[in-house]
Design a binder for this molecule. Structure first.
Ligand SMILES: [Zn+2]
Length: 65
């Protein structure tokens, strides 16, 4: 006989496995300099600030919505 599950897993067992499958939303914070919503621990793409200092010069096109 080929390797094959002998029995179907119960719906309860399936659901218990999936109890840990929930996704968590990305950690979004407001930029301390311009207030834009950005991912935590990243340089702000809007104003180029990180940790209270300017890291790069942002592109001229400001805040396209
Ligand atoms: Zn910013």
């Amino acid at each position: 006989m080929p390797p094959h599950p002998k029995r179907k897993h119960s719906s309860g067992r399936r659901d218990r496995r999936r109890a840990h499958d929930a996704l968590t939303p990305p950690n979004v914070v407001a930029c301390a300099n311009c207030g834009a919503k950005i991912a935590a621990y990243t340089v702000c793409p809007q104003c180029g600030y990180y940790d209270g200092r300017k890291v790069f010069e942002p592109k001229k096109k400001q805040a396209k919505k």
